[in-house]
Design a protein around this ligand. Structure first.
Ligand code: GAL
Length: 640
């Protein structure tokens, strides 16, 4: 794993660049990302390009042997461009333009903006595409950050109507698929279809799903536009985009088809406080981040390309409701954990804290005055650790468990949660946690990916079962665990004719005849001590339940190697349930203490301690990093 940093030469006097580059190299950094917000400096006025400063910056970095990841500047269209073409601005759901003054203010559907992106990206790529320092391109920056996937502009409306026509072919089919006879919502022409906004009450879920799919496709085609230009004018360089954490507002699988590297930006403490995590969990993991948050995303994104962490939290950030400092040791732990999950690069955001503008309270590796901040000492130790591990085989290890993650399923759950406490991503992550706490590794796979070789496959949010997924499941020889709500919708968001779980009935003959959502004050227990929260399903069919709830509803159904879990469970019950399924499937398990996680890569085994107390590991192993006492925020690594 290489080390990197995000650097903004345009923020600092040219006189410090050479010293910065030298200090980066001395710290063990070999990759530097630059340029992703620099449009106003690259083109201060239309067609008045100013590339010399960036060329000098790249030369300075190159002179120290540093590789450069160059960002296209399209996340920040400058003021002159917005003044020339105000229609570039995204439109919010109340029909108001989103203003200039921060970033990501563009509409993905703006025809003019796509032309402008093509123009600037071509210019920048032609100028720097052969520079010896540049090894990788980053397209734009964090698609969707600040709720910017969706725009209700005139261009979006035209493009959405055309998208509907391509998908449904005839307006009658669209009306039938969406159920538009309900409330007289039928259309007679594609040009009548509005964007799903400003309705009096709930919009048709099929209309919303179609608009989500359309918006997601706009991101993929926007990314492809840039990737194509890069591949044409800067061949032999990799194309990368930086995805985000806890973010599902577009289908990342589609966008990543045009990437070599699926990078993501990891802010473990920021996510914990921002993303509606349970208060008890926030208290526990306040200075470490949730023990599965980083790992979940590493496993998700490594299924989409080579894995990079291009932005990593080095200290307090500025954008969460509260911004605590990480526990000493966490900067090193997060880095080694990324490596254990196959990351090729760990890069921190940012080199030096910027004393002005929006992110002046966001720490970097250096303080604004250039002295070292606290993360640097941990990075020095990390460099020593990595040297000790460099001699070992760390080829990627296929896990025994696969979790199918479905972006459109996640969206379907958000559109009609049917219970306001049903948290779609949290439920998937709870399942992930229950497997990880059982000591097993997980691969996160796309619906339709090959499943042969796994021992257990879990469907957690596959609301609509595609034919490729069903074909894989049908020929699969291991165990399949189907979670609640899987198979409960058609691809066009209605209840399937054969009733849920639809085509999964070929694996297990159960039929969901009633569902209920439960408020937080209501848990329902089974005779054998499982506790259902938030969601429960009543099952009919020929399969007898394995146990029953106290009010007589059945709980958990099993047929051959297929298991149907018909309720969401609290953490304790879910862990117990999952351990039993893992054992039944022949997956190797070992119970992990609450804050401890194990991960295997190649010949190495890694242990991480997110918990509040030191933990004793097997004293008979010979440790390469750390030792048998796994301290707080500690890492131990041993050889298989
Ligand atoms: C990311 C973004 C960076 C910076 C960082 C601060 O979301 O890509 O540009 O804003 O957050 O934590």
């Amino acid at each position: 794993m290489k080390l990197g940093v995000c650097y903004y030469p345009e923020h600092w006097p040219e006189s410090v660049w050479a010293d910065d580059a030298r200090r980066m190299r001395e710290l063990g950094i070999s990759v530097v990302r630059v340029g992703e917000f620099a449009w106003s400096r690259l083109e201060p006025a239309r067609d008045n390009f100013s590339f010399d400063w960036l060329k000098r910056a790249l030369d300075v970095l190159h002179a120290e042997g540093l590789e450069v990841v160059l960002g296209t500047p399209t996340a920040t269209p400058p003021k002159w461009l917005i003044d020339e073409h105000p229609s570039i601005l995204a439109i919010d759901e109340n029909s108001n333009p989103r203003g200039f003054g921060s970033r990501r203010h563009y509409c993905f559907s703006s025809v003019i903006y796509r032309q402008e992106c093509q123009r600037i990206v071509e210019k920048v790529v032609c100028e720097f595409g052969q520079h010896p320092a540049v090894t990788t391109w980053q397209t734009d920056n964090e698609y969707g950050c600040h709720s910017t996937i969706v725009s209700y502009s005139a261009d979006a409306l035209t493009a959405f109507q055309a998208w509907c026509e391509r998908r449904y072919k005839t307006i009658d089919k669209l009306n039938v698929d969406w159920g538009n006879v309900f409330w007289s919502m039928e259309y007679t022409d594609f040009n009548q279809i509005p964007l799903p906004m400003l309705a009096v009450t709930e919009l048709n879920p099929a209309h919303r799903l179609a608009f989500w799919r359309f918006s997601s496709d706009q991101v993929a085609s926007f990314n492809k536009l840039q990737a194509d230009i890069i591949r044409q004018h800067s061949p032999d360089r990799d194309v990368m985009h930086n995805f985000m954490g806890n973010f599902t507002e577009f289908d990342h699988y589609d966008t990543s088809k045009e990437l070599d590297i699926a990078a993501w930006d990891n802010y473990p403490l920021g996510f914990l406080d921002r993303d509606g995590i349970d208060l008890e969990d926030q208290k526990k993991w306040f200075r470490t981040g949730h023990p599965d948050s980083s790992a979940f995303h590493h496993d998700l994104y490594r299924g989409m390309g080579r894995l990079w962490i291009i932005e990593q939290q080095p200290g307090p950030v500025n954008w969460a409701p509260h911004n605590p400092a990480p526990l000493p040791g966490m900067v090193r732990l997060w880095a080694i954990e990324a490596m254990a999950h196959d990351a090729e690069l760990m890069s921190w955001f940012r080199w030096r804290q910027m004393p002005a503008a929006q992110e002046q309270m966001h720490t970097g590796l250096l303080l604004p005055d250039g002295t070292e901040d606290e993360a640097v000492a941990e990075i020095r130790q990390l460099s020593e650790d990595l040297k000790k591990l460099a001699a070992f085989d760390t080829s990627s290890t296929k896990s025994e468990v696969a979790l199918v993650f479905d972006y459109s399923g996640d969206q379907m759950l958000r559109i009609q949660p049917q219970g306001q406490n049903f948290a779609p991503l949290e439920w998937v992550q709870n399942i992930y946690t229950s497997v990880r706490r059982s000591g097993a590794d997980i691969d996160i796979v796309q619906p339709g990916d090959a499943l042969a070789g796994y021992k257990l496959v879990i469907l957690a949010n596959s609301l609509s079962i595609s034919e490729p997924l069903l074909a894989e499941l049908t020929s699969f020889e291991g165990h399949v665990l189907v979670g609640p709500r899987c198979g409960s919708k058609t691809d066009e968001y209605s209840i399937p004719p054969e009733m849920p779980p639809a085509s999964l009935q070929t694996l297990i003959p159960v039929k969901v005849s009633r569902v209920e959502s439960l408020p937080d004050f209501c848990n329902v227990a089974t005779a054998d001590g499982f506790n259902a929260i938030r969601w429960r399903e009543k099952i009919t069919g020929s399969v007898e339940p394995v146990s029953t709830f106290t009010d007589g509803w059945g709980f958990y159904y099993c047929h051959d190697r297929c298991h149907y879990l018909n309720a969401c469970l609290d953490d304790v019950s879910l862990l117990k349930f999952m351990q039993a399924r893992l054992q039944q499937s022949g997956v190797a398990t070992c119970a992990c203490k609450e804050g401890v996680r194990i991960r295997r890569r190649g010949e190495l085994i890694f242990a991480f301690n997110y918990g509040p107390n030191a933990v004793e590991l097997d004293p008979s192993k010979s440790y390469l990093v750390g030792n048998a006492t796994l301290g707080v925020a500690g890492v131990s690594v041993w050889h298989e």
